[in-house]
Design a protein around this ligand. Structure first.
Ligand code: ZN
Ligand code: ZN
Length: 312
């Protein structure tokens, strides 16, 4: 979240004025027509004909309101600017106007707690959930856009959810917000227990109790300086972003790219994560599916500082 309230208010005011520019059907139709146009460009008369506006004065006015920000006039005609594309992208993500539900879809992978079959469901709260119907284990949950559902069969939806979630997590772990490109504060954070109650810093953040990996002894807290995005990422995801580690996992017989996130024990198993040192925080992630005893230690700067191997 942005730290300076006055900057946030100013940004919201500026953005409100940009949103207001779009508050007319005809203006959105103009953006859509330019997106659909052959060569992504239309002359004034072609554009007016495409949107079917008879009133020349009205059309000229609404087009001028979009010009130099959402739409540019070039030698070839009118075309979308980057902000115009982003408006259409946001619409196509479906999050503003679509509510869809999918599933439960039975998956090939099994629950790591009880061995039952995992299922995928997507609900109208925009959260995709990988859960075990038998024991209620929440293997993985993360927001997903309705755009990920359209034109895909169930298997493709599930695969897209896996890919998208990896991308969002990796981007956030690299310190770049996957939503606004702003700076992400990252912190390796542990749960602290006192007399049976959790009093660690992560519990002070809203909704942590709702987090699917709330039983992990440590997670990476990610918080965008600029937009509303903040969340937590399992520490094991750090391993997926280090080629030296993924190469080592490949040698151990684990194909991390072909295996869904919810079937990677070092990502989703609370038992795979253990706190080694507390100051600075150092966390060991055990590769529980490897045929040998294999683990990696992640330091507080997210570097993989150590590999531990013991032949069984
Ligand atoms: Zn289960
Ligand atoms: Zn952001």
């Amino acid at each position: 979240m942005a730290s300076d309230p006055s900057e946030r208010v100013q940004a919201a005011t500026d953005a409100e004025s940009a949103f207001m520019t779009l508050s007319h059907d005809l203006r959105l139709e103009i953006l859509l027509a330019l997106w659909d146009a052959p060569g992504f460009s239309l002359s004034f008369s072609e554009l007016r004909k495409t949107v079917g506006e008879r009133d020349s004065g009205s059309f000229t006015y609404h087009l001028s309101e979009l010009q130099d920000h959402f739409v540019a006039k070039t030698d070839e005609g009118y075309e979308l600017q980057y902000p115009g594309h982003r408006v259409l992208d946001a619409i196509q993500s479906g999050v503003f106007h679509e509510q869809v539900a999918v599933g439960p879809v039975e998956l090939d992978e099994h629950c790591r707690s009880c061995g039952g079959r995992l299922t995928f469901t997507y609900d109208t709260d925009y959260i995709a959930r990988i859960r075990c119907a038998d024991c209620g284990n929440r293997a993985l949950e993360w927001p997903f856009d309705p755009g990920g559902i359209a034109d895909r069969d169930d298997d493709a939806i599930v695969a897209a959810f896996d890919r998208r979630t990896r991308l969002v997590w990796s981007c956030a772990l690299e310190g770049v917000c996957p939503f606004c490109a702003g700076r992400i504060d990252r912190e390796l954070t542990r749960r602290v227990h006192e007399e049976g109650a959790c009093i660690g810093v992560i519990e002070q953040l809203d909704r942590y109790d709702e987090y699917f990996a709330r039983d992990h002894p440590a997670v990476v807290a990610v918080d965008c300086d600029r937009c509303s995005f903040y969340s937590f990422v399992p520490v094991g995801v750090v391993l997926l972003t280090r080629p030296a580690v993924t190469g080592r996992l490949h040698d151990a017989g684990l194909e991390v790219r072909e295996t869904p996130l919810w079937d990677l024990g070092f990502v989703v198993d609370a038992g795979a994560v253990s706190v080694r040192e507390t100051d600075p925080l150092c966390v060991e992630v055990s590769v529980v599916d490897a045929p040998e005893s294999l683990g990696f230690t992640v330091g507080d700067s997210f570097e993989v500082v150590d590999e531990t191997t013991t032949e069984i």
